[in-house]
Design a protein around this ligand. Structure first.
Ligand code: NAP
Length: 291
């Protein structure tokens, strides 16, 4: 990739942001397209968010990704927010318009992308989602978009679970969503065909951990789908246990790739080489695992 006087800027903001895979993935695609852009990581602290946005406008930065801790606080600075980002309550992608910044949440489309490829009827599938953090919100909206009739969310903290449930009031999810404590899992697993892990349990380096025990996983029916948002290791212990039951499994890599590809398409206003983005990530993760 060459940088010229004309090169346009994209980036990711977060604090910290130095571990982000986004520069690697986006610059691989930009290089393949031969388009005059570069994507950089910008460490921005919470109290510098407004200053950073003013600066981005001044230097004509075309768009950016948002990671922790700005996914919610950025919303107050945007001129327009896409409905699915409003529902999730978080924005991960922003682009510049004549009148100001606009934002959306591409995690939702990223999450459902590999599921849509199954061409499955979701109207009889009621997922069980483990965890009620930020990623679970995108999973809930994704399951709603797929057409799932009921959505069960499992959390370990009753207060956080109540806040989570209340946050959907006044949305179409209010009627569909049921929250449960982990003790309900043995009752719920046999009833579901779609089990999603949106907790960090089992993520590298804790690769022997699983949010669902081997014993409980035996309750999962063989025609189920298990989806882990974690992408290292692949497969996680959770996915291995589900696969032992005969379930179809998905790890979080495709979600990561697709949410990035959707954002890059928005900024560049052209199709992007998704396979190149996926390959760049896979090679980097393989190197990291070896190190
Ligand atoms: P988060 O906001 O911190 O939420 C984590 C959730 O997991 C919380 O509900 C937390 O419960 C629960 N949890 C944590 N440790 C637990 C444990 N030992 N037992 C039971 N529950 C536990 O994190 P997040 O942003 O939602 O991310 C969650 C996972 O998804 C991470 O592994 C992240 O890497 C992955 N992710 C992947 C993608 C992708 O593109 N593939 C995108 C986003 C996130 P409390 O609130 O009670 O602590």
């Amino acid at each position: 990739m060459q940088i010229f006087g004309t090169t346009k800027l994209l980036g990711v903001i977060g604090d910290p942001v130095k571990h982000s895979f986004s520069p690697l993935m986006h610059n691989a695609a930009i290089a393949e397209l031969g388009t005059d852009y570069v994507y950089l990581a910008f460490p921005i602290s919470a109290n510098n968010l407004k200053t950073a946005l003013d600066g981005f406008r001044a230097i004509d930065l075309k768009g950016f990704s948002i990671t922790i801790p700005h996914k919610q606080s950025i919303m107050a600075h945007l001129e327009a927010i896409a409905p699915e980002a409003q529902m999730v309550g978080a924005v991960n992608t922003v682009w510049q318009t004549e009148t100001g910044w606009q934002g959306t949440n591409t995690d939702v489309a990223g999450f459902i992308a590999p599921l849509k490829a199954l061409d499955k009827d979701w109207s009889t599938v009621s997922p069980v989602i483990l965890g009620n953090g930020g990623a679970a919100r995108a999973v809930v909206v994704g399951c709603h978009q797929l057409g799932c009739p009921q959505i069960h969310v499992i959390g370990r903290n009753p207060e956080k679970l109540t806040t989570f449930a209340k946050s959907w009031q006044g949305t179409p999810l209010e009627q569909k969503l049921q929250t449960h404590l982990w003790g309900d899992l043995n009752r719920l697993i046999p009833t579901t065909k779609f089990l999603v892990n949106s907790t960090p349990v089992g993520m590298h380096p804790n690769i022997d951990a699983s949010p669902v025990s081997a014993e409980l996983m035996k309750l999962l029916s063989s025609d189920s789908i298990a989806y882990d948002l974690i992408y290292t290791p692949s497969p996680t212990q959770f996915l291995q246990l589900a696969q032992n039951q005969g379930a179809t499994i998905f790890d979080g890599l495709e979600m990561l790739v697709q949410q990035g590809a959707i954002a890059l398409e928005k900024w560049l206003a052209q199709p992007v080489p998704v396979a190149t983005m996926r390959q760049a990530l896979l090679e980097h993760l393989a190197q990291k695992t070896k190190a």
